[in-house]
Ligand binder design. Structure first.
Ligand SMILES: Nc1ncnc2c1ncn2[C@@H]1O[C@H](COP(=O)(O)OP(=O)(O)OP(=O)(O)O)[C@@H](O)[C@H]1O
Ligand SMILES: O=C(O)C1=C[C@@H](O)[C@@H](O)[C@H](O)C1
Ligand SMILES: [Mg+2]
Length: 320
């Protein structure tokens, strides 16, 4: 039961005006968002046979405020909207969803939250229409990890040894769009870059033939893209210590080999530690991991080749 203490917001003053005078929903996406939100509140209240008065009593918001919210005229605060959601017994995220969900969505969500990893894998296989059975992607290896992990260095060596094609995802994105990664980020921002990354990966996943793919460090940031990578490639996480990531990228930058510099500030180490900690659970979804810390390129290249050969079974190396 939500708290009913405190004054009733919106009892005397109008809800914050969200739209400029004269703006219509059609030409104002924010007004449209508020209209959809209001419609959802009204529908969910009606489904629960709650009058505005009842919702007002349970949520602590005035009836007038609720009417404005439902009419799409109120830019409600997140805390007040949370009270409305709690009072109706709906999830806040369902009120705010960017797209309308199918009617079965709440049931499926509930089942997924209780499912184990095998059940989720099976559900994904069925829903994506993937063929039954199989050992997953053969002769398709992707390398993930933070900048300086060794994805390009080891990827190139592995491809050479196996006689496979080597592809750098970032170079593919640059080729397809005629702009450098840095330019795409600067001009269009992260969201556009992630969309282009997903498109490029989808095309590579469909391209036939054995392949080693070196990805960009941030590929784990977009769940759909990362899932596509995991399901289309035997994915290996290359690990190193934060200090090594920084040292390696700086060394490459000094030689003019790295496309962008690692920040020089004292905060660089703290920053890279933070990124690594936040990405570790995602990188850990890879099928295998190789720790490159305190090891030579020859050592980790040998381990990676052995790992891929044992994944494939013996005899896959060109000329073997
Ligand atoms: N054990 C190791 N395994 C791989 N690389 C190592 C190792 N030890 C040192 N290095 C060096 O670390 C650097 C790794 O750079 P590389 O460009 O391959 O990383 P990357 O993961 O592709 O980075 P980015 O995300 O910036 O493209 C190379 O200069 C390589 O020689
Ligand atoms: O680690 C990252 O967040 C990134 C690494 C690069 O390879 C690019 O993918 C992009 O600059 C983001
Ligand atoms: Mg690289």
């Amino acid at each position: 039961m939500p708290s009913r203490t405190g004054s009733r917001p919106g009892a005397d003053e109008p809800v914050g005006a969200a739209t400029a005078a004269g703006a219509t929903e059609a030409d104002d996406p924010e007004a449209e968002f508020l209209a959809v939100l209001g419609q959802r509140v009204r529908t969910m209240r009606a489904v629960r046979a709650m009058s505005r008065k009842m919702l007002s009593q349970t949520s602590g918001l005035s009836e007038r405020y609720i009417a404005q919210l439902e009419g799409g005229q109120g830019n409600v605060s997140i805390i007040l909207l949370r009270r409305v959601a709690l009072a109706m017994g709906v999830r806040l995220e369902d009120l705010l969803a960017a797209v309308e969900s199918p009617p079965d969505w709440p049931v499926l969500r509930d089942l997924l939250q209780k499912a184990n990893a095998d059940q989720i894998a099976e559900a994904k296989r069925v829903l994506s229409g993937a063929a039954a059975g199989g050992e997953g992607p053969a002769q398709r290896v992707a390398l993930i990890g933070l900048r300086g992990a060794g994805k390009s260095t080891l990827g190139r060596i592995l491809a050479e040894r196996m006689g496979w094609t080597f592809v750098e995802l970032n170079r593919e994105i640059e080729r397809e769009n005629g702009l450098s990664v840095a330019e795409i980020f600067a001009i269009y921002g992260q969201e556009t870059y992630r969309r282009l990354e997903q498109g490029a990966l989808r095309r590579l996943a469909e391209r036939p033939g054995p392949m080693v793919l070196a990805t960009g460090g941030g590929i784990v940031a977009e769940p759909v893209t990362f899932d596509l990578l995991l399901s289309s490639f035997f994915t290996v996480w290359l690990k190193a210590r934060p200090e090594e990531h920084i040292h390696r990228v700086r060394e490459q930058a000094a030689k003019g080999l790295a496309p962008t510099r690692m920040p020089d500030s004292d905060n660089a180490l703290r920053e890279i530690r933070g990124i690594l900690v936040s990405r570790e659970p995602l990188y850990a979804r890879a099928r295998a991991v190789i720790d490159t810390a305190d090891r030579t390129v020859a050592e980790t290249a040998g381990e990676l080749t052995g790992l891929v050969e044992s994944h494939l079974g013996t005899g896959h190396r060109r000329g073997a």
